[in-house]
Design a protein around this ligand. Structure first.
Ligand SMILES: *Cc1c(COP(=O)(O)O)cnc(C)c1O
Length: 374
């Protein structure tokens, strides 16, 4: 009799559905016979500026050492990060993207019988990482699309090991200010780890925005995760990191793969930290692009969730998937979010001004075709 190999997988893994990434440009080009240069991808919150020239130069130079294993301790990158954030190198854990770090955290601290708390509409990797280690996901209903921090604190039980907080959150763009976050952290028992995912922190422009790193000394159960994928423009190279107490970092570093960040990625990330001008431009183009998109949505009479990230979730109605398809046909890739339980929304990443304009124009036509009115 044929063996059902699926049934051999551990229980949590059997129930997993894979992460749905944004559609790659090359795939749409193949499907529609389009020239890849004519396609705009605003689907994965990537940096529209292209990579920093300093990062590219360092990555190219590093290729001549490609026959060597990378520095498994990431000494140079950790030195730079330490200086930048005024932490010690032993507080840092590097990852193959911060996604890697999130998974390592789940593997180290959660398992069968433990509960992991996160919000409805939160980043999809939290339930994935939770289920993959056989822990029990506890999704707390959102409030106004954002995390209901009071309800999340109340959801912590004696079985809770981890709480994931995305600030700002993807795909909603919602954010909590420093006061709200501190109040929340004050309610979480010290033996429950709080993972504060700040993948978009570099984009925040509010006056009372929290800084996870500044909270570490007061909340030893905090793990702050950050990435080079978004504002730093290195999504394709896969580098992220966490900052925590040395004791927590020591555990994470035992479990991560010894060479989880490539030599090229380490070189590029180390170099881009010297390119604050690039970061500044990333922020400026994003602030302007958010305004442009939100202004257009208002003109079109579309509701959207005000965003602190480099993307906006816009409400286009129950035919959102049809609108998504119509945009694809026009060479514009955005992100459906029905998998997040948001079937009426599409998430669009902020592009360059001309890309945003092309998207807005295509959206207006797609909505008209879908019978949405003007
Ligand atoms: C994009 C994103 C990440 C980071 O992804 P990596 O590329 O793996 O660093 C982490 N958290 C959230 C909420 C994100 O949107």
């Amino acid at each position: 009799m044929a063996i059902d190999y699926q049934s051999l997988a551990v229980e949590g893994v059997q129930a997993l559905s894979p992460y749905q990434p944004g559609k790659p440009i090359s795939e749409l080009a193949r499907e529609l016979g389009l020239n890849p240069d004519e396609i705009i991808k605003l689907a994965s919150n990537e940096n529209p500026l292209g990579p920093s020239s300093k990062a590219m130069a360092a990555a190219k130079a590093a290729l001549s050492d490609a026959c060597l294993y990378p520095d498994g301790n990431g000494y140079d990158l950790k030195q730079k990060l330490s200086a930048r954030f005024n932490v010690t190198a032993d507080q840092l854990t590097l990852g193959n993207g911060s996604n890697d770090v999130l998974e390592v955290i789940a593997r180290c601290f959660a398992g069968p019988g433990s509960e992991v708390v996160f919000s409805q509409y939160a980043f999809a990797v939290y339930p994935l990482a939770t289920q993959a280690v056989g822990a029990t996901p506890v999704a707390v209903p959102a409030k106004d699309w954002g995390h209901d921090l009071d309800a999340m604190a109340a959801a912590v039980t004696e079985h809770t090991r981890l709480v994931f907080v995305a600030n700002p959150n993807n795909p909603t763009g919602t954010v909590h200010d420093a006061d709200a976050l501190e109040t929340f952290l004050g309610k979480i028992p010290e033996n429950v780890l709080v993972v504060l995912d700040e993948a978009y922190c570099e984009y925040m422009t509010g006056e009372k925005d929290p800084d996870g790193v500044a909270l570490l000394s007061r909340f030893p159960n905090l793990i702050v995760c950050r990435t080079f994928s978004k504002a730093w423009g290195l999504a394709g190279l896969r580098v992220g990191y966490s900052i925590s107490s040395p004791a927590i970092a020591d555990i994470l570093n035992r479990v991560r793969q010894p060479f989880n960040v490539s030599l090229v990625a380490l070189a590029a990330a180390t170099a881009v930290l010297d390119d604050d001008e690039y970061l500044q431009r990333s922020r400026e183009i994003n602030t302007a692009g958010l305004k442009q998109l939100e202004g257009a949505f208002e003109q079109m009479g579309l509701r959207y969730i005000p965003s602190a990230g480099n993307f906006v979730a816009v409400e286009v109605g129950p035919q959102a998937l049809g609108v998504y398809q119509a945009l694809l046909a026009r060479g514009v890739i955005v992100r459906p979010v029905e998998g997040y339980g948001m079937p009426n929304h599409l998430r669009v990443s902020v592009g360059l001004p001309e890309q945003n304009e092309l998207f807005i124009d295509a959206l207006a036509k797609a909505l008209a075709a879908a019978g949405h009115g003007g």
